[in-house]
Design a protein around this ligand. Sequence first.
Ligand code: GLA
Length: 381
Amino acid sequence: MSQIELVSQQYRAHFGSDPQQVIHGPGRVNLIGDHTDYNDGFVLPAAINFGTDIAATQRDDKLVRVLAVDCDNETVEFSLDDISFNENKMWANYIGGTLLALLKAYPNITGADLVVTGNVPQGAGLSSSASFEIAILKTFAALNAIDLDGIQAALMGQDAENNFVGCNCGIMDQLISALGKENNAMLLDCRSLTFEHAPIPENMALLIVNSNVKRGLVDSEYNTRRKQCEAVASHFDKPALRDVTLEQLLAAENDLEAELVKRAKHVITENTRTESALTALQNNDMEKMSQLMAQSHLSLKNDFEISTPEIDFLVDTIAAQLGSEGGVRMTGGGFGGCVIALAPKYLVDAVTQKIAATYQQQTGLKEQVYVCVATDGAFNR
Ligand code: GLA
């Protein structure tokens, strides 16, 4: 049964009628460009064929009633006039936060009955929360006949994360979930919010391997990294690290703490790599992609210091299988989660078997493998 049929059936069972519509918001994987988005830099993610589905019917009052199938069938009920933080059901805050952001621009929207389900692995760094936020925004935009565009929606999703949920994330996850394009990654300029498509060659697969390392440190370390980047930008009296060159950074090396120099070096070099990756993909130059992804991983590991031994093991194992025919690196916020490989389809089985034969033995953890395709974003469907 498709996700759409499944969520429609669940809606019928819970609310006793057919839903008016079903909306899908995809998760994402980032091919290259990590911890660059909140430095006004470049990222190259793709929306993937795992996401959040919402079956919904509009109401003529302000009530929102929700069943969250994947959260033990928990329910919430609240009024659009009275949205407050839910201490007990964290998932409900993604709805409350995005609706508060939507209400700022569209105060007259009405409520809805919703059933939510999804298949993005949670806590794996594949943006289950952004897929949820974008699906909620598309749902309410469609029900209320609001002409919301993908960029507005992405900004609202980020507003919800930053100001309601309490996560200081950048704009990448929401933008790609809203605007992704089938069979393409996208180079997003996180300052101008403009983008360019980067075709994923037909013979290549997006091979995602979840390390299943619990990402415990991620929130506090993410915020620390962000503050460190901002500190270096203000040392140079610039709005963001995007405006600082490698030459400027190295010339000021003695005026800054060594750790800050390493953090900034990652961001500045990652921006350059990410722009080069667009050209490499457009030219179907896998040898170049392979190098850029390898350099990105080393930079995240050594300069940004957000990898883990398990992730490094996966990256090294996969890199040895791919050679210069594909690339592999950690992806997302760090401290566990997934690695992404751009792998020739004919090598996928060999890579998967190699990991199955070695990863658990080495780390005591069992990996999960997802072979994905790049899909359309929620606002591109
Ligand atoms: C998380 C954040 C994004 C981005 C990445 C790292 O996914 O939500 O905004 O900063 O980490 O690239």
